[in-house]
Design a binder for this molecule. Structure first.
Ligand code: F6R
Length: 262
């Protein structure tokens, strides 16, 4: 696990964008796992800029989103479909046929989830998964006590997540769907590489529990300690509760030249 602490969310997101651009340049037909929410917004802006200014080419890239609310149509402004097209897909040259987002309107959740898993497998698997983290330590919408072996399935959100996401629904908790389709923790852990982004003091407890706490289903993101290629790109406020933050900075400052792409 590599923990990279940046001054602010913008510089951490710039590093993430450079990392993703490097993956796409090395493997133009790579498979990316994507997240929504406020965390990746600057990252997606940077990728759009890199596409427009530097010709970063998404034409062969395939994407799989982590999750979607059940019951929201793709054209609903609160849906993750809408979010992804609004913030990224409509602004880059991705082939819409290569975009995969769980179907929140499916009438057969189990069949759809099996299909989603199969499609990820048939694509060759996810080369790089982008994650955000919930204040309760969730990844995707795998809430505390989700099985580490879980695959794509329906989940019921916690009160904490509903309250936290109400900001996207006019601060009206009653409008936040209570059910979602999410990739499982096992699905996420199958990705070859994982980039976790976490910004702001509200994430400090979850970040510390994930990086330095015991591996426990109570903090779903703590399973990332068991992944071979995971990087936490976090800002100073999100790093506030880490015991070893000086060590992480020490390590980063001493990265060998050939490995200093960030
Ligand atoms: C979104 C997702 C969630 C978010 C998390 C943090 O696709 O999978 O795990 O990453 O809830 O949300 P924000 O970024 O809004 O704080």
């Amino acid at each position: 696990m590599e923990v990279i602490i940046s001054q602010d969310a913008k510089s951490a997101s710039d590093k993430a964008a450079r990392y993703i651009a490097d993956v796409i340049t090395r493997k133009p037909d790579c498979v990316l796992g994507l997240a929504t929410g406020s965390t990746p917004l600057h990252l997606y802006n940077r990728l759009v800029q890199m596409h427009k200014n530097d010709g970063l080419d998404f034409s062969k890239v395939t994407t799989f989103n982590l999750d979607e609310y059940l019951g929201l149509k793709p054209e609903d402004p609160q849906s993750y479909h809408y979010f992804m097209f609004e913030n990224l897909f409509s602004k880059i040259n991705i082939d819409p046929r290569n975009v995969n987002i769980p179907d929140g309107m499916t009438d057969n959740v189990m069949t759809f989830c099996n299909y989603y898993e199969r499609k990820i497998r048939e694509s060759g698997g996810i080369d790089l998964q982008i994650l955000g983290i919930g204040t309760d330590g969730h990844i995707g919408f795998n809430e505390p006590t989700s099985s580490f072996a879980s695959r794509t399935r329906i989940k019921t959100l916690t009160r904490e997540t509903i309250q936290s996401n109400a900001r996207f629904f006019g601060n009206d908790e009653s409008k936040v769907p209570q059910h979602v389709i999410t990739m499982g923790i096992g699905t996420v852990m199958d990705a070859a590489n994982i980039l976790m982004l976490a910004f702001g003091k509200d994430k400090a407890n979850a970040v510390a529990a994930s990086i330095e706490g015991p591996v426990s289903a109570f903090t779903p993101a703590s399973i990332l300690q068991m992944h071979r290629h995971v990087k936490f790109l976090i800002d100073e406020p999100a790093a506030a509760n880490l015991k070893l933050s000086d060590y992480y900075k020490w390590v980063y400052d001493r990265k060998p030249e050939w490995n200093r792409w960030l």
